[in-house]
Write a protein that binds this ligand. Sequence first.
Ligand code: GRG
Length: 336
Amino acid sequence: MNAPELFALAVPDAELVRLEECIRRVVVLGDPFLDEIATHLIDAGGKRLRPALTLAAASLGPGPRDWHAASDDTLLGAVSVELVHLASLYHDDVMDEATRRRNVVSVNARWGNLLAIVAGDFLLARSAEIAASLGSEVAQLLASTLGRLCQGQVSDVRAAYRVERTEAEYFSTIANKTGALMSTACRIGAITAGLPREDVDRLTTFGECLGMVFQIRDDVLDVLASEQELGKPPGQDLAEGIYTLPVQRALGDDTVGPKLRSLLGRPLSGSEVDDARALVAGSPGIAAASRAARRYAVEAIDAARGLGDGPVPAALERLGLNLLEDLERSTRALAS
Ligand code: GRG
């Protein structure tokens, strides 16, 4: 399954067009230089998974649980979520000295770190302004989510090259880095559509658990996938000393652990990254990470089922299943 199919939520095309128009309208203020930097990654594409979650959640308002046109508030909520995500990518690429993002040159590589950071701040500012127009609950939610993103990023930086990083630390970091914004994307859709509180909470749980599955899958793919599949060199986490769940489990394995431990804990050369990837790929760490993802996927799917019958709950459930099945397929392919 390719990426668009894997992540497809079946948002109607007309809604996706409205979303794209709204993102650009909010960001383009008429200064050609700033406009170009601020729209660089928007034009480069991306899955738009988070705003799609907002639109899906809002479609669960009164009436059949099918797709319908989002209100202006929901659309702005979806845009504010995507802008926080974009800003985090601008800043993350500066921190990682990344050269590519969304299959184009990264903002920092093209315009330098200073402009990449300030342009990221600009996107955040636009997001905050929109969020404020949607009321204090949405504004507060987005601000606390931003705080969680920063907490997640700081804990990743602090964990660099620490082979003794605990699994509890790993789970809390990915919940903050990835679970938080997916959860908020769903919650903002639910709030702006005036859903009953129990559905707001179900959608929040769905987004948080989906984010966990998404990130564990990402971390497994960093070990297993090729550069062509990833669109960036594999093993980047290992190279940067970020030891994710499959690596942690491999470190705890009696057969592979000692050899892996002797490699890690310091920056690695290209061939050492390949050696470390091969050790983790040949360890029980991949299957263990896949089992952990399954637990979160089951929780996400349960939450989606609690949202009743209809195309939109079914699409949410399918998304959770797709991510899990894709991860389990990679794990099985390795074993065979
Ligand atoms: C300035 C908002 C802000 C935050 C500062 C840099 C930082 C703190 C946080 C970064 C957190 C981070 C990079 C988390 C990873 C998120 C992630 C899974 C990105 C990839 O998401 P996709 O695959 O990307 O949905 P596309 O390009 O498809 O949108």
